[in-house]
Write a protein that binds this ligand. Structure first.
Ligand code: C2E
Ligand code: CA
Ligand code: CA
Length: 594
């Protein structure tokens, strides 16, 4: 019984190997035909085939001297040939009890000689064989020829399957193969459920670290070992693909009862053990994204995209697993579209504009300056809030033209107010990446000079994290700006490291207290204490203090009483277009005077 079960699983594995080669039912090909012609000639046999042993048929990939495309597997001599490793010869089918009633014998065939086609893992796929309607024998030299031809057929099969379909470092199927297999599922298993998981062996930060410290060969080996562990766990029920550095995908056969979460639980358990890599045990921190789908209903590229999206969510999940969530995917699609469209927005003249929010001197109600805030009217998505698109742009080199764009508009506006006789300082937000530009200060000062603006009418806001990134270069740039007369403010103070000791070394003159501390000031005792302390400390260090997000009179009064210098918020004014600002100033001055 055990033997029977063994041979059954062997046969399944053999059929899997055959199916993986994707040769069955493919059109004739000259490379194989050349080899059958050669076999026929060299062995002087009228008929020769390359025949593959499917579950219940012998299918001919190539043939000479015969019209059939397949014959039943039962009683076919090829079926015997694939059991061994040597050339299988039947001198006379009609005299052999195993074949006497076979379709071949009945068709008048007497002689058969076939060399098995054996894969590296030892599976017999089929044969290259010759047959004759006369009985005869095979000389030793002829035997060797047939064996050599079988070797050539196998090399051809391997070559066809390897090129472009296998990852060179791990030897596992690659993304291209994954897409092809999904297309196959679409064709042959329409409507059946499929399951796939994506496994990322380490976080991208860990991968970068590993690459830097241990080199890419180590990362490649670790990936290969981890994939071997997974292969052992999932057996033949699913196929493994290497789809990125330290990342792979597992695809179940369509119609398999396994769901993606069930598969992921098995893989997670297998990967919880340390992986031995060059003899060193390595503990991975895998994240697994799950996706159950119907192959005929999703494009292969979208299957991978959905898996990647689930994989990202998995990285942030406590247990390292997550299932595909279409709403998250929509957000990512939107983010991607925004990033894509921003370049066009910069080039168009009707999508971006700058609004200005007054900054008020609390004690007098006067307006010494405004903050420039960017707005984007997207042609199809409408108004996109800066809190949504700026963090995306800030991760790309596009932040440079963005800041330049806002600076040019703000400088021009400041100059225009100047010419109208209004003494307004415009404060512009800059990002961390801007300070990485070696020539940031230089270019900015040039713009100011070209516009004929006095530098005192411009101010720059940076967050604490922006200035903490690259201390030496940052200090150099900020110093150059300050020396030219441009004031520097720390924005969102209190939300970052709030390292006053570090900030003290920077040439800044203004602290803007983040609105999260200001918004519930009247009701939060903690925030009251915090804000008062910040104001006192900042004054001790010689900074001006600006409170953001003042939404009511009570907050305004508290801050004024504590000596906060300036304030900004909806209580005084929302951000507005430049043309509305002068009329607002008139009414505001009335209010302050009243
Ligand atoms: P931020 O620099 O902290 O700008 C202040 C934000 O608070 C603005 O939001 C402003 O409209 C809002 N605000 C002002 N007063 C109040 C108030 O009383 N209550 C409430 N709830 N909010 C108030 P906005 O314009 O949506 O900008 C959001 C963020 O986007 C800005 O935060 C800034 O980080 C970024 N941003 C906007 N424009 C630019 C830009 O030109 N360049 C860069 N790098 N970032 C920008
Ligand atoms: Ca700001
Ligand atoms: Ca702020």
């Amino acid at each position: 019984m055990a033997h029977f079960v063994d041979s059954l699983t062997n046969e399944e594995a053999r059929l899997n190997a055959l199916r993986d080669l994707r040769l069955l039912d493919t059109p004739p090909s000259e490379t194989f035909d050349r080899l059958t012609r050669l076999a026929s000639q060299l062995l002087s046999a009228p008929v020769s085939t390359v025949s593959l042993t499917d579950r219940d048929r012998q299918w001919f990939k190539s043939k000479v001297g015969v019209d059939l495309t397949e014959i039943p597997r039962e009683q076919a001599p090829c079926n015997y040939a694939i059991q061994g490793s040597n050339v299988f010869v039947v001198p006379d089918l009609q005299a052999d009890p195993r074949f006497v009633g076979s379709p071949l014998a009945q068709a008048g065939i007497r002689f058969y000689a076939g060399a098995p086609l054996i894969t590296r893992s030892g599976h017999g796929l089929g044969t290259i064989c010759v047959v004759d309607d006369k009985c005869r024998t095979l000389a030793d030299g002829e035997r060797r020829i047939l064996q050599d031809l079988a070797g050539l057929v196998m090399s051809q099969i391997e070559l066809q399957n390897t090129i472009g379909r296998v990852d060179a470092t791990s030897g596992y199927a690659n993304q291209h193969q994954f897409f092809e297999d999904l297309e196959d599922q679409t064709r042959c298993c329409a409507g059946l459920p499929s399951a796939a998981v994506i496994v990322e062996f380490s976080s991208s930060a860990e991968v970068t670290h590993a690459l830097r410290v241990l080199g890419s060969a180590h990362a490649d080996l670790l990936t290969k070992r981890a994939m071997q562990v997974m292969q052992h766990q999932i057996g033949n029920s699913a196929r493994l693909y290497h789809v990125g550095q330290m990342r792979c995908v597992v695809l179940c056969e369509a119609g398999s009862p396994t769901t993606a979460p069930a598969l992921s639980a098995r893989i997670m358990a297998a990967l919880a053990q340390p992986i031995f890599c060059d003899g060193v045990p390595v503990t991975l921190s895998p994240a697994i994204g799950c996706y159950d789908f119907v192959a005929s209903e999703v494009m292969p590229q979208d299957v991978l995209r959905h898996l990647l999206s689930a994989g990202d969510d998995a990285r942030n999940a406590v247990d390292g697993c997550a299932s595909y969530d279409p709403t998250h995917d929509q957000q990512k699609t939107r983010s991607f579209a925004l990033l894509n469209d921003f370049r066009a927005a910069l080039a168009a003249d009707d999508q971006l504009h700058v609004v200005f929010q007054p900054r008020v001197e609390l004690a007098t109600g006067q307006m010494p300056g405004v903050e420039a805030l960017l707005r984007w009217q997207h042609p199809s998505l409408g108004n996109v809030p800066p809190g949504e698109f700026i963090p995306l742009i800030e991760q790309t080199a596009l932040i440079r033209p963005l800041t330049d764009w806002v600076l040019v508009k703000s400088i021009a506006q400041a100059r225009a107010w100047n010419l109208e006789g209004l003494d307004i300082r415009v404060s512009v937000n800059a990002s961390a990446l801007n300070l990485d530009e070696k020539d940031f200060a230089e270019r900015l000062l040039q713009k100011v000079r070209e516009a004929g603006l006095s530098p005192q009418h411009l101010e720059l806001e940076f967050t604490e994290s922006a200035v903490a990134r690259n201390p030496t270069r940052v200090v150099e740039q900020l110093r150059a700006l300050k020396e030219a007369g441009i004031a520097i403010a720390i924005d969102d103070f209190g939300t970052g490291y709030s390292n006053l000791a570090y900030i003290r070394q920077l040439p800044i003159s203004i602290l803007k207290i983040d609105r999260s501390f200001v918004m519930d000031l009247p009701t939060s005792q903690t925030n009251k204490t915090l804000v008062r302390t910040i104001i006192t400390m900042a004054h001790d260090l010689g900074y001006r203090v600006v409170a953001e997000g003042i939404e009511d009179r009570q907050t305004y009064d508290l801050l004024t009483a504590w000596g906060c210098d300036e304030g900004q918020g909806y209580h005084m004014a929302k951000p507005m277009p430049a043309r509305r600002l002068s009329s607002w100033m008139l009414t505001a001055t009335h209010r302050a005077a009243a």
